[in-house]
Ligand binder design. Sequence first.
Ligand code: 13P
Ligand code: SF4
Length: 292
Amino acid sequence: MRREKNAVILAHNYQLPEVQDIADFVGDSLGLSMQAAKTNADIIVFCGVHFMAETAKILSPDKTVLLPDKHAGCPMADMIEAADLKQLKAEHPSAVTMCYVNTSAAVKAQCDYCCTSGNALKMVRSILSGHKEIIFVPDKYLAHYVAGRTGRQFITWEGYCPTHARILPEDIMRAKSLHPRAKVIVHPECRPELTDLADIAASTEGMCHYAKQAEANEFIIGTETGIIHRMKKENPDKYFYPAAATATCPNMKKITLEKILWSLTDMEEEIKVAEEIRKKAKIAIDRMLQTA
Ligand code: 13P
Ligand code: SF4
Protein backbone atom coordinates (compact mmCIF):
# COMPACT_ATOMS: atom_id res chain seq x y z
CA MET A 1 0.00 0.00 0.00
CA ARG A 2 2.89 2.33 0.72
CA ARG A 3 4.20 1.72 -2.81
CA GLU A 4 0.75 1.87 -4.45
CA LYS A 5 -0.05 5.22 -2.85
CA ASN A 6 3.49 6.66 -3.12
CA ALA A 7 3.65 7.22 0.62
CA VAL A 8 6.66 7.72 2.86
CA ILE A 9 6.60 6.51 6.48
CA LEU A 10 8.52 8.72 8.92
CA ALA A 11 9.05 7.49 12.48
CA HIS A 12 10.41 9.20 15.56
CA ASN A 13 13.14 7.49 17.60
CA TYR A 14 10.60 6.81 20.42
CA GLN A 15 8.23 4.75 18.26
CA LEU A 16 7.52 1.07 18.96
CA PRO A 17 10.25 -1.26 17.61
CA GLU A 18 8.01 -2.76 14.91
CA VAL A 19 7.06 0.73 13.70
CA GLN A 20 10.70 1.83 13.53
CA ASP A 21 11.49 -1.36 11.59
CA ILE A 22 9.00 -0.67 8.76
CA ALA A 23 9.68 3.09 8.51
CA ASP A 24 11.50 4.71 5.59
CA PHE A 25 13.25 7.10 7.97
CA VAL A 26 13.73 7.03 11.72
CA GLY A 27 15.04 10.17 13.38
CA ASP A 28 14.66 13.15 15.69
CA SER A 29 12.33 16.13 15.25
CA LEU A 30 14.86 18.05 13.18
CA GLY A 31 15.79 15.15 10.91
CA LEU A 32 12.16 14.19 10.32
CA SER A 33 11.23 17.81 9.50
CA MET A 34 14.05 17.82 6.96
CA GLN A 35 12.78 14.59 5.41
CA ALA A 36 9.23 15.98 5.28
CA ALA A 37 10.49 19.12 3.53
CA LYS A 38 12.33 17.26 0.78
CA THR A 39 10.27 14.12 0.12
CA ASN A 40 8.85 13.36 -3.34
CA ALA A 41 6.11 11.18 -1.88
CA ASP A 42 2.44 12.21 -2.21
CA ILE A 43 1.57 11.07 1.30
CA ILE A 44 3.55 11.39 4.54
CA VAL A 45 2.52 8.94 7.26
CA PHE A 46 3.91 10.51 10.41
CA CYS A 47 4.58 8.03 13.20
CA GLY A 48 5.13 10.44 16.05
CA VAL A 49 3.01 13.02 17.84
CA HIS A 50 0.68 15.73 16.56
CA PHE A 51 3.08 18.70 16.51
CA MET A 52 5.52 16.68 14.39
CA ALA A 53 2.87 15.83 11.78
CA GLU A 54 1.73 19.45 11.83
CA THR A 55 5.30 20.63 11.18
CA ALA A 56 5.45 18.25 8.19
CA LYS A 57 2.20 19.74 6.85
CA ILE A 58 3.49 23.30 7.30
CA LEU A 59 6.58 22.40 5.26
CA SER A 60 4.75 20.33 2.63
CA PRO A 61 1.26 21.86 2.25
CA ASP A 62 0.56 20.08 -1.05
CA LYS A 63 1.13 16.67 0.44
CA THR A 64 -1.33 14.62 2.45
CA VAL A 65 0.01 14.23 5.98
CA LEU A 66 -1.49 11.42 8.04
CA LEU A 67 -1.18 10.82 11.79
CA PRO A 68 -2.22 7.19 12.39
CA ASP A 69 -3.77 8.04 15.79
CA LYS A 70 -5.39 11.45 16.15
CA HIS A 71 -5.02 11.27 19.93
CA ALA A 72 -1.22 11.08 19.80
CA GLY A 73 -0.48 14.53 21.23
CA CYS A 74 2.39 15.98 23.23
CA PRO A 75 1.44 17.13 26.75
CA MET A 76 4.34 19.58 26.78
CA ALA A 77 3.17 21.20 23.54
CA ASP A 78 -0.31 21.50 25.10
CA MET A 79 1.09 23.42 28.09
CA ILE A 80 1.14 26.69 26.12
CA GLU A 81 -1.48 28.23 23.84
CA ALA A 82 -1.20 31.08 21.35
CA ALA A 83 -3.09 33.41 23.73
CA ASP A 84 -0.57 32.68 26.52
CA LEU A 85 2.31 33.59 24.26
CA LYS A 86 0.57 36.76 23.04
CA GLN A 87 0.26 37.83 26.67
CA LEU A 88 3.93 37.07 27.40
CA LYS A 89 4.98 39.05 24.32
CA ALA A 90 2.84 41.99 25.43
CA GLU A 91 4.66 41.93 28.80
CA HIS A 92 8.07 41.94 27.03
CA PRO A 93 7.53 43.99 23.88
CA SER A 94 11.20 44.21 22.88
CA ALA A 95 11.94 40.49 23.28
CA VAL A 96 12.60 38.16 20.37
CA THR A 97 10.58 34.93 20.59
CA MET A 98 11.89 31.42 20.19
CA CYS A 99 9.72 28.33 20.58
CA TYR A 100 10.69 24.71 20.87
CA VAL A 101 9.37 22.62 17.98
CA ASN A 102 7.17 20.88 20.59
CA THR A 103 4.43 23.51 20.15
CA SER A 104 1.24 23.87 18.11
CA ALA A 105 1.23 25.61 14.71
CA ALA A 106 -0.73 28.48 16.31
CA VAL A 107 2.06 29.03 18.87
CA LYS A 108 4.76 28.77 16.17
CA ALA A 109 2.86 31.42 14.17
CA GLN A 110 3.45 33.80 17.12
CA CYS A 111 7.22 33.17 17.15
CA ASP A 112 10.22 34.63 15.38
CA TYR A 113 12.25 31.44 15.62
CA CYS A 114 11.64 27.77 16.17
CA CYS A 115 14.31 25.34 17.41
CA THR A 116 14.73 21.70 18.27
CA SER A 117 16.89 20.20 20.98
CA GLY A 118 19.34 19.44 18.16
CA ASN A 119 20.02 23.06 17.21
CA ALA A 120 18.85 25.25 20.15
CA LEU A 121 22.42 25.94 21.38
CA LYS A 122 23.61 26.83 17.88
CA MET A 123 20.64 29.14 17.25
CA VAL A 124 21.07 31.02 20.53
CA ARG A 125 24.83 31.39 20.00
CA SER A 126 24.54 32.55 16.38
CA ILE A 127 21.36 34.23 15.19
CA LEU A 128 20.02 35.26 18.58
CA SER A 129 23.33 36.55 19.95
CA GLY A 130 22.51 40.18 19.11
CA HIS A 131 19.17 40.13 20.95
CA LYS A 132 19.01 41.42 24.53
CA GLU A 133 15.76 39.77 25.61
CA ILE A 134 14.71 36.29 24.48
CA ILE A 135 11.42 34.54 25.23
CA PHE A 136 12.05 30.77 25.15
CA VAL A 137 8.93 28.57 25.42
CA PRO A 138 7.52 26.17 26.52
CA ASP A 139 10.16 23.83 28.01
CA LYS A 140 11.66 25.29 31.20
CA TYR A 141 14.24 22.50 31.40
CA LEU A 142 15.47 22.90 27.82
CA ALA A 143 15.60 26.67 28.43
CA HIS A 144 17.66 26.09 31.59
CA TYR A 145 20.03 23.77 29.72
CA VAL A 146 20.57 26.23 26.86
CA ALA A 147 20.93 29.20 29.25
CA GLY A 148 23.59 27.36 31.27
CA ARG A 149 25.67 26.59 28.20
CA THR A 150 25.33 29.94 26.42
CA GLY A 151 25.49 32.27 29.42
CA ARG A 152 22.16 33.80 28.38
CA GLN A 153 19.03 34.37 30.43
CA PHE A 154 15.60 33.67 29.03
CA ILE A 155 12.03 34.64 29.75
CA THR A 156 10.60 31.17 30.21
CA TRP A 157 7.33 29.27 30.58
CA GLU A 158 6.31 26.59 33.10
CA GLY A 159 6.27 23.82 30.49
CA TYR A 160 8.02 20.46 30.74
CA CYS A 161 7.83 16.92 29.43
CA PRO A 162 6.10 14.61 31.93
CA THR A 163 7.98 11.60 30.56
CA HIS A 164 11.46 13.10 31.00
CA ALA A 165 10.54 14.68 34.34
CA ARG A 166 9.90 11.15 35.63
CA ILE A 167 13.63 10.38 35.45
CA LEU A 168 15.28 11.37 38.74
CA PRO A 169 18.92 11.85 39.78
CA GLU A 170 18.67 8.79 42.03
CA ASP A 171 17.78 6.70 38.95
CA ILE A 172 21.05 7.76 37.34
CA MET A 173 23.01 7.13 40.55
CA ARG A 174 21.50 3.64 40.87
CA ALA A 175 22.28 2.82 37.23
CA LYS A 176 25.82 4.15 37.66
CA SER A 177 26.43 1.97 40.70
CA LEU A 178 25.24 -1.08 38.72
CA HIS A 179 27.22 -0.13 35.59
CA PRO A 180 30.20 1.94 36.72
CA ARG A 181 31.90 1.97 33.30
CA ALA A 182 28.80 3.19 31.44
CA LYS A 183 28.57 6.64 29.87
CA VAL A 184 25.45 8.61 30.82
CA ILE A 185 23.53 10.09 27.88
CA VAL A 186 20.47 12.25 28.56
CA HIS A 187 18.02 14.42 26.65
CA PRO A 188 17.99 18.17 27.47
CA GLU A 189 14.27 17.87 28.32
CA CYS A 190 15.46 16.16 31.52
CA ARG A 191 15.65 17.97 34.86
CA PRO A 192 18.80 20.11 35.31
CA GLU A 193 20.11 17.77 38.05
CA LEU A 194 20.24 15.08 35.36
CA THR A 195 21.94 17.09 32.62
CA ASP A 196 24.54 18.06 35.25
CA LEU A 197 25.22 14.39 36.03
CA ALA A 198 25.46 13.27 32.40
CA ASP A 199 28.48 12.78 30.16
CA ILE A 200 26.46 14.28 27.34
CA ALA A 201 23.03 15.83 26.74
CA ALA A 202 21.78 15.72 23.15
CA SER A 203 18.74 15.40 20.91
CA THR A 204 17.63 11.84 20.23
CA GLU A 205 19.65 11.84 16.98
CA GLY A 206 22.65 13.27 18.84
CA MET A 207 22.28 10.51 21.45
CA CYS A 208 22.29 7.81 18.75
CA HIS A 209 25.33 9.41 17.11
CA TYR A 210 27.21 9.56 20.43
CA ALA A 211 26.46 5.90 21.20
CA LYS A 212 27.78 4.88 17.78
CA GLN A 213 31.05 6.77 17.78
CA ALA A 214 31.96 6.44 21.50
CA GLU A 215 34.71 4.02 22.50
CA ALA A 216 32.69 2.98 25.57
CA ASN A 217 30.47 -0.05 25.15
CA GLU A 218 27.97 0.54 27.98
CA PHE A 219 25.51 3.42 28.17
CA ILE A 220 22.86 4.63 30.61
CA ILE A 221 20.07 6.21 28.61
CA GLY A 222 18.16 9.11 30.16
CA THR A 223 15.29 9.55 27.76
CA GLU A 224 12.19 7.77 26.47
CA THR A 225 13.07 4.08 26.41
CA GLY A 226 11.96 3.50 22.78
CA ILE A 227 15.27 4.89 21.53
CA ILE A 228 17.10 1.83 22.88
CA HIS A 229 15.70 -0.30 20.05
CA ARG A 230 17.54 1.79 17.46
CA MET A 231 20.70 2.00 19.59
CA LYS A 232 20.86 -1.79 19.97
CA LYS A 233 20.18 -2.31 16.27
CA GLU A 234 22.97 0.07 15.27
CA ASN A 235 25.42 -1.20 17.91
CA PRO A 236 24.84 -4.94 18.42
CA ASP A 237 28.02 -5.28 20.52
CA LYS A 238 27.19 -2.47 22.95
CA TYR A 239 24.95 -2.44 26.04
CA PHE A 240 22.21 0.09 26.75
CA TYR A 241 20.46 0.49 30.11
CA PRO A 242 17.40 2.73 30.57
CA ALA A 243 17.93 5.18 33.45
CA ALA A 244 14.25 4.65 34.33
CA ALA A 245 12.14 1.92 32.75
CA THR A 246 9.07 4.06 33.50
CA ALA A 247 10.21 6.78 31.08
CA THR A 248 7.82 5.88 28.29
CA CYS A 249 5.73 8.40 26.36
CA PRO A 250 2.19 6.98 26.12
CA ASN A 251 1.43 9.21 23.15
CA MET A 252 4.39 7.99 21.11
CA LYS A 253 3.25 4.42 21.82
CA LYS A 254 -0.25 5.05 20.42
CA ILE A 255 0.98 4.40 16.87
CA THR A 256 0.86 0.70 15.94
CA LEU A 257 1.38 -1.25 12.71
CA GLU A 258 -2.39 -1.82 12.38
CA LYS A 259 -3.12 1.89 12.76
CA ILE A 260 -0.54 2.71 10.07
CA LEU A 261 -2.29 0.30 7.70
CA TRP A 262 -5.76 1.67 8.55
CA SER A 263 -4.45 5.19 8.20
CA LEU A 264 -3.24 4.50 4.64
CA THR A 265 -6.44 2.60 3.80
CA ASP A 266 -8.86 5.26 5.05
CA MET A 267 -6.56 8.30 4.55
CA GLU A 268 -7.04 9.34 8.19
CA GLU A 269 -6.26 11.27 10.36
CA GLU A 270 -5.42 13.95 7.84
CA ILE A 271 -3.56 16.91 9.36
CA LYS A 272 -4.80 20.34 8.29
CA VAL A 273 -3.36 23.75 9.15
CA ALA A 274 -5.16 27.01 8.28
CA GLU A 275 -3.22 28.82 5.55
CA GLU A 276 -2.82 32.06 7.52
CA ILE A 277 -1.28 30.18 10.50
CA ARG A 278 0.78 27.93 8.23
CA LYS A 279 2.47 30.83 6.44
CA LYS A 280 3.44 32.55 9.69
CA ALA A 281 4.59 29.34 11.39
CA LYS A 282 6.67 28.43 8.32
CA ILE A 283 8.86 31.50 8.77
CA ALA A 284 9.97 30.29 12.24
CA ILE A 285 10.36 26.68 11.01
CA ASP A 286 12.40 27.69 7.94
CA ARG A 287 14.79 29.50 10.28
CA MET A 288 15.06 26.30 12.32
CA LEU A 289 15.95 24.30 9.20
CA GLN A 290 18.55 26.88 8.13
CA THR A 291 20.45 26.18 11.36
CA ALA A 292 20.33 22.40 11.01
P1 13P B 1 14.09 15.08 19.62
O1 13P B 1 13.91 16.25 18.72
O2 13P B 1 15.41 15.09 20.33
O3 13P B 1 13.90 13.81 18.86
O4 13P B 1 13.02 15.13 20.78
C1 13P B 1 11.65 15.19 20.55
C2 13P B 1 10.88 14.92 21.75
O5 13P B 1 9.68 15.02 21.79
C3 13P B 1 11.63 14.53 22.92
O6 13P B 1 10.78 14.25 23.95
FE1 SF4 C 1 6.09 15.29 24.26
FE2 SF4 C 1 7.66 14.29 26.15
FE3 SF4 C 1 6.31 12.63 24.60
FE4 SF4 C 1 8.40 14.04 23.64
S1 SF4 C 1 8.45 12.42 25.19
S2 SF4 C 1 6.40 13.75 22.66
S3 SF4 C 1 8.14 15.96 24.78
S4 SF4 C 1 5.45 14.12 26.04
